[in-house]
Design a protein around this ligand. Structure first.
Ligand SMILES: Nc1ncnc2c1ncn2[C@@H]1O[C@H](COP(=O)(O)OP(=O)(O)OP(=O)(O)O)[C@@H](O)[C@H]1O
Ligand SMILES: [Zn+2]
Length: 464
């Protein structure tokens, strides 16, 4: 089945034709590893995980190469390391910087794993590719696309003026008029951007032909994608907040350094996760982390399901109501598919929906249909293509459904006793404890029903 993808570069939905069907190549901009990922950061991870799974399904699991980097050169990582050093932590600053990156990467992989995201084939760290970045910058200088000034190296947008801005559809002159660009005396054009900048003595830095310094953010992705995927590859992804300047700058650097290649053919951008109409972001402070949600007892699978309900090119909100509904659906589907072997392949309608520019909402609608038809094996195979209903992610559903009947009986018995004795204190105590564990308590004359909410914590029940 032909996959169609919306290409930001052409602003149209195009048939996806890989350069080499034996090795389909995708690069996605990864996180700056200075702190825990917020829920917005998880959206591109889930979106491109679905695409990765679809590509593996279509071309074969061994015929797709997915690269997602870690940006571990950053002032905020340095700031944490410095604060720890001042507080008396052992080790050189360099060591403390690396420790901070290591711990953040560990959290990231754990949290994204909890959302059912497969790990990419390569997860390069910027600090491991500094030599390649320096070589690429030197090459850009040699080719007349960059210049050194006052310890900095800058990309000269005028050397590529007719192309610069084509991804986001803006000309250099429009950008100068509209953008808040850093005006620096050493820039020839205010839009020129940094490839290399000096580092202070106490902060991490690398020796280079332009003095001790460190790379700019954009060159990291150009150098790492070239090293791992070559001068032409198929798909480049990231959030649409990266389209300008980050992706525009990646294109300028890569196309000028490797004019024989095409860099990336299909550009995919996910829309933002929002909070009351604004992008969830660290700088606005309107964020909560994936870790927070997991700690509150929201299963990673529920988070994934909620993401899949909205098309990746539409903004979306996280709401507790969506989480509760997703949890109830997943619980039903898990019960329906318990002990069943998945069908040999996902339902064609599900593959077709995903192949239509990742129509995940359409694919979920097909899963509801399979469930309604009682096709448990088809439901299981299709859900697993979307990264749902995997055995590894199901622990949350087991504990809850197994144990609740006993707790329901206990409350029903307590109520029967209380009706006789007119002493309802045990009933009230049990109800309060169940509510505190995140259960909704429904009592009617027919009996007691306990429904786990998004914050359900089975461990709390054990103390009741
Ligand atoms: N609210 C959001 N919704 C969807 N994707 C987002 C959101 N915020 C960031 N991203 C994406 O997360 C990925 C990692 O980005 P990055 O590490 O630059 O984020 P950050 O700087 O920590 O976040 P912020 O934008 O909050 O400062 C990028 O692909 C970016 O587009
Ligand atoms: Zn990038």
């Amino acid at each position: 089945m032909t996959i169609k993808l919306h290409n930001t570069r052409t602003r149209t939905k195009e048939d996806f034709v890989p350069i080499d069907a034996d090795n389909v190549r995708m690069y996605v901009c990864g996180p700056t590893v200075y702190d825990r990922a917020h829920l917005g950061n998880a959206r591109p991870v889930v979106v491109f995980d679905v695409l990765y799974r679809l590509l593996r399904h279509t071309y074969g699991a061994d015929h797709v190469t997915y690269v997602r980097n870690f940006t571990d050169v950053d002032d905020k990582i340095n700031a944490t390391a410095l604060a720890r050093q001042k507080a008396g932590a052992d080790g050189t600053l360099e060591r403390l910087v690396q420790e901070r990156s290591d711990e953040t990467i560990g959290w990231y992989l754990h949290d994204m794993g909890a959302l059912g995201a497969l790990e990419p084939n390569y997860m390069p760290r910027a600090t491991e590719y500094i030599g390649q970045m320096i070589a690429m910058i030197q090459d850009l200088i040699d080719k007349g696309h960059a210049y050194a000034a006052e310890g900095h190296v800058l990309f000269a947008v005028d050397s590529w003026k007719t192309h610069y801005g084509s991804l986001s559809g803006r000309s250099v002159d429009d950008m100068i008029a509209g953008a808040r660009v850093e005006v620096a005396p050493y820039k020839k054009n205010p839009m020129d951007f940094v490839l290399w900048k000096p580092s202070t003595d106490e902060l991490p830095g690398w020796d280079s032909p332009w003095g001790r310094g460190r790379p700019g953010w954009h060159i990291e992705c150009s150098a790492m994608s070239y090293e791992l995927l070559g001068d032409s590859f198929d798909i480049h992804g990231g959030g649409n907040d990266l389209m300008f300047p980050h992706h525009e700058n990646e294109i300028a650097q890569s196309c000028c350094a490797h004019p024989e290649g095409e860099f990336a053919r299909y550009w995919l951008h996910n829309e933002m996760l929002q909070v009351e109409g604004k992008k969830m972001s660290k700088s606005l402070g309107n964020f909560f982390t994936v870790h927070d949600l997991l700690e509150q007892g929201v299963p990673g699978e529920v988070i994934r399901f909620v993401f899949l309900q909205t098309h990746y090119r539409k903004p979306m909100d996280w709401t507790e109501k969506k989480a509760r509904e997703a949890e109830a659906t997943l619980r039903k589907w898990r019960a329906l598919t318990a002990g069943i072997e998945p069908a040999a392949s996902a339902a064609p309608a599900v593959v077709a929906a995903l192949s239509d520019d990742l129509n995940t909402a359409g694919a979920l609608a097909d899963l509801y249909r399979l469930a309604a038809d009682g096709d448990a094996a088809g439901l299981l195979a299709s859900a697993q293509l979307l990264g749902l209903l995997s055995p590894e992610m199901g622990a949350w559903a087991d504990t809850a459904s197994l144990d609740l009947a006993a707790y329901e009986d206990r409350l029903a018995d307590a109520r029967a006793v209380a009706m006789q004795s007119k002493d309802f204190s045990e009933v009230d105590r049990l109800k309060a404890a169940y509510l505190a564990a995140g259960l909704e308590v429904r009592m009617s004359k027919d009996g007691v029903e306990l429904v786990p909410g998004a914050g359900f914590d089975a461990a709390k029940l054990e103390e009741v």
